[in-house]
Design a protein around this ligand. Structure first.
Ligand code: WT7
Length: 637
């Protein structure tokens, strides 16, 4: 077994073996890139991506805040970069799909097979009238059709909007309505913990009030004939020709939208452009995970999240490597499933979230002991700050003290990881994310934008190529959310501390929580709860949770009903049905009043204090300080 790390003091560094095979091992790369980041990215763009037409050197980076453009005027097709250019090696496995049931056979698609299916499906979309610039909604579980559908959109320049399959019909509906999709791609179901989930029924509930004209149903469960708006994926795809001329896109054309939670109730459609996203996805996958074309990468994230877009589908394919996706839960049929998948499929790069690691720690070492996992080279983590205990367990039990842990900081908005440590350079320090990726500049500031050692994490110009390009049909939201606080810096809404020359992320500084690594805003959950007919108003705050990181707790004022018997269950069910079970409150407290300022603002901070058994400050600013003692009693009871 190869040893990829060595210990020096309390820090880990790459071993000789790691340095020798790593794409990058010279720390000077940071300084070199920082001399002229635009030039640096321009070179990377030409080296890493096939362009149909290059941009004029002056247009490599054009900035007119709050917007900026990369490789302006350059032309490319994303799917050509992910597929066609690897066809010299047609039998190489591009995608390996592991169904949840261990008795069911995995699917392997070579680059040539995936290319064919993507072309055919692109032709299907065209036959249904989808044109360049149209939005297409995708509501699929982790099955090969998800990657095929996404890539097919990029083939014809349609903008995909993937919606997490565990989201409820209402959440799907608002996302379809916002991007005005006319085609929806979903599935007849999928398996979770051995149970069949009926996705199609959920999808059908979302259609009313949308412009959806066609629903393409992937045949995960069975081949079936559909009628009316509904067509079977397998049937429509086999009728199409195996080649589809790629649409040449401008670098700055939108490639996809991904909805994410912010501080307000309505999720925002984060827009990612084609060229910049391609360049950043290619290079961050290659350097941060040190992925080589002959290797297999397994990113456990669902395609409903940005991590699933960039590191389960696009990044590994752009690099001509093999990506593995798994349909089910980590504990099915037992807690050893993930480790067995790694061993059986010789996974080299494994990328997951701290919340999953904490879940495994709870189960003890029995399951991980059975698996040596000698193929592993790099371990990644993402989604929330990783605590020391989880880091050490991941390092020793999964990596067997051999593999670096790459703590990757990023957001839906940044498109790819831009604070991390490169495997060939190090150091790998528990709980510390690391440095700005070469050619990227971050700084820590106070609320006035002055540089500090601890405070708010911000990004400096030139903003990275994969960064969001606005919020779908909402300029104001884009400008206010990201550019209002520091004007010339991008506001990440995360807190950070400098530890020497490394950045440690401390967590969100806004009303966004991370529940099992998923992003959820207090306002979004309050909105959903307030829609329940018996609720007058509510306030949601996060509390720490050993496994999930944070969980939401709701304080609810009911309309008239004094008797709240069974009401907690009803509210939880209502949240399951409107947002999805990820957002379900851990606990609901029924109170008579919520602490408010004179202007009517709910003071969530006070509720947080009460839950943590801390003495709340600032009660003088409340119009109704009396409610605080009452809430204290209710929490105690
Ligand atoms: C928020 C973004 C982009 C990946 C999945 C989450 C937190 C993400 C880290 C990390 C500490 C992290 C931040 C960020 N976060 N990675 N390595 N260390 N915090 O994407 O749902 O858009 O959430 O996740 O708070 O702002 P997202």
């Amino acid at each position: 077994m190869v040893l990829y790390v060595t210990k020096k003091g309390s820090k880990y560094y790459p071993s000789k073996a790691m340095k020798e095979q790593a794409w990058v091992n010279n720390p000077n790369i940071y300084k070199e890139a920082d001399k002229n980041p635009v030039k640096f990215w321009s070179n990377l763009a030409k080296e890493g991506i096939n362009w149909d037409k290059l941009w004029g050197e002056k247009n490599t980076y054009v900035e007119k805040l709050p917007y900026f453009w990369w490789f302006k005027g350059g032309k490319l097709n994303f799917s050509v970069n992910a597929l066609d250019r690897h066809l010299g090696n047609p039998n190489k496995i591009a995608l390996k799909w592991i169904p949840e049931n261990p008795k069911e056979k995995p699917t392997e698609l070579t680059y040539s097979e995936l290319h064919k299916k993507v072309c055919q499906f692109a032709n299907v979309l065209k036959s249904f009238g989808v044109k360049k610039g149209d939005a297409v909604s995708i509501y699929l579980p982790l099955i090969p059709e998800a990657a095929i559908a996404m890539l097919a959109c990029t083939r014809i320049g349609a903008i995909h909007s993937v919606v997490f399959s565990a989201f409820a019909p209402d959440a799907l509906k608002t996302r379809i309505q916002d991007c005005e999709a006319k085609v929806l791609i979903t599935a007849d179901g999928y398996f979770r913990r051995g149970e069949l989930v009926d996705l199609l029924t959920k999808a059908k509930k979302a259609l009313k009030g949308t412009k959806i004209k066609k629903v393409i149903v992937a045949n995960r469960i069975k081949k079936k004939k559909y009628s009316g708006k509904f067509v079977s994926f397998d049937k429509v795809i086999e009728e199409q020709s195996p080649f589809c001329e790629p649409e040449m896109m401008n670098s700055e054309d939108p490639m996809f939208i991904l909805y994410t939670s912010g501080t307000t109730g309505k999720p925002k459609g984060v827009i990612h452009d084609t060229g910049g996203y391609a360049v950043q996805s290619y290079w961050t996958t290659k350097w941060v995970f040190d992925l080589h074309p002959e290797e297999t990468m397994w990113c456990t994230a669902d395609i409903g999240w940005i991590t699933g877009h960039t590191y389960a589908v696009y990044g590994p394919l752009l690099n001509g490597a093999t990506t593995l996706i798994y349909e089910g839960t980590p504990d099915y049929p037992n807690m050893g499933r993930w480790w067995k998948i790694i061993d059986d499929n010789k996974v080299n790069v494994f990328y997951t979230a701290p919340t999953a690691i904490r879940m495994f720690i709870k189960e003890g070492d029995k399951w991980v002991k059975k698996h040596k996992m000698p193929s592993l080279k790099v371990l990644g983590t993402v989604g929330e700050p990783i605590d020391e205990k989880a880091w050490k367990w991941y390092f020793s039990k999964i990596g067997k003290n051999r593999c670096p842990i790459i703590d990757t900081w990023w957001q839906t908005e940044t498109g790819g990881t831009i604070i991390n440590v490169l495997p060939g350079i190090g150091p790998f320090v528990p709980t510390i994310a690391g440095k700005s990726f070469p050619g990227t500049r971050h700084l820590i500031v106070d609320h006035k934008g002055n540089k500090k050692n601890q405070g708010f994490l911000a990004q400096k110009s030139p903003f990275t190529p994969g960064m969001l390009h606005g919020v779908w049909k909402n300029h104001k939201k884009y400008a206010d959310t990201y550019w209002k606080a520091f004007k010339k810096y991008y506001d990440t809404s995360d807190g950070a501390i400098m530890k020497g020359n490394l950045i440690k992320i401390t967590g969100r500084t806004d009303d966004v929580m991370k529940v099992s690594g998923h992003r959820l805003s207090t306002a979004e959950l309050e909105n959903a709860i307030n829609k329940y007919k018996k609720v007058n108003e509510s306030a949601v705050v996060p509390i720490p949770d050993k496994i999930r990181g944070q969980v939401p707790v709701a304080f609810v004022v009911l309309k008239k009903t004094k008797n709240d018997k069974g009401m907690e269950g009803k509210i939880k069910k209502h949240v399951d049905n409107t947002l999805g079970p990820t957002a379900r409150p851990h606990k609901v407290y029924f109170v008579n009043d919520l602490p408010k300022t004179r202007s009517g603002k709910i003071m969530r901070r006070i509720l947080k204090n009460l839950l943590a058994n801390e003495e709340p400050k600032g009660l003088m600013t409340l119009v109704n300080p009396g409610c605080v003692d009452e809430i204290k009693e209710i929490i105690k009871a």
